[in-house]
Design a protein around this ligand. Sequence first.
Ligand SMILES: [Zn+2]
Ligand SMILES: [Zn+2]
Length: 373
Amino acid sequence: MDTSRGVAKCWPFRGRRNADGYGQYWAGRSLVNVVSAHRVAYLLAHGMTQNLSSKTIVRHLCAVPHCCNPAHLVLGTQKENMRDRFHLHRDQRGPHPVDTPAQPPSGGWRLPAGDLAALERQALVAEFWQKVDASGGEEACWLWTAASRHDFGYGSVSWEGVHTQAGRVAYALHHGLPLAGIFGDVLRHVCPGGGNPRCCNPRHLRPGTQKQNMHDRMAAGRYARGDKHFATKVRDEDIREMREVYWSAPRGNRPTLVSLGQRYGVYWGTVHRLLHGRSRPDAGGPTGELTRGAAGRTNHVRGEAHRMVKVADAQVRALREEYWGLPQGQRPSTIALAAQWGTDSKTVWNWLHGKSRVSAGGPVGGPAVRTAG
Ligand SMILES: [Zn+2]
Ligand SMILES: [Zn+2]
């Protein structure tokens, strides 16, 4: 985004744009409910005092859809938006001179006069704190309100490319440290009412040793398993959003599975299954290619039937052993196996070749060498 141009000129968004010309912006999407650069800019510029509902329209006075100059952005209704379009686009599509720019909030616009990275950081920080309930004041515990939790009850979050505890992020942000700056140290919860793992109040967090931390946990009776397993549960609404964002983007312009995985704190293979409806089919949202019909309606094209099958690990392992134990040429087709196991042939292929259910064990792929001639 070019913010060096003052109030009168547009600030063009330099990132990706959608088919209608609007900037597409991931950071801060939970603040504005959509992936939309100018909406994020509006919110940041106004100091995050309001949370935009998806019904709220942010109008462009300049008629330039990818403009992020807060002086060109005002709230409005769908009706006003339509009227803008009519007036502004009657002659030609923007840019239109902005005679009466929007007024800054008291204290001035709060957009960093910086680049996308600074904007993204600001949006992510705001998004993080929005998941923390700090309504009790400085002394109270600030509980992590998002659904993603660690086994021990810690908030679980993806931050600076690392999957970590929400409390660590809160601590790092509060002290102006990069996450890596507290890496290695254990953060102890020293809440007044006893350590509360969900708490993200930086005042209740102290660097400590692993030993102290274990002692804290045992004292609180929470010591169960020593592993680092993250029992991340992605909310239905997040799955729906992930599907909508992914499938509504044009092919070639879709976010990568890895980036989605980082955003929602799950493994990319899980993202793949979620997107295609192979897991959590009931969460809603599209699970396949979207096409626009003649009437502009969005149709959902389903490839295969998305049946949920739960095949035990032992069965997958046995299937692999049996299949790969047979000489090539005598192996059953994946279609036949799919019918037998009540799933689709792609799933069977994935099992056999270890592209899914890796942990089930057994051989994954024989020496499938094909020599020409
Ligand atoms: Zn503008
Ligand atoms: Zn606390």
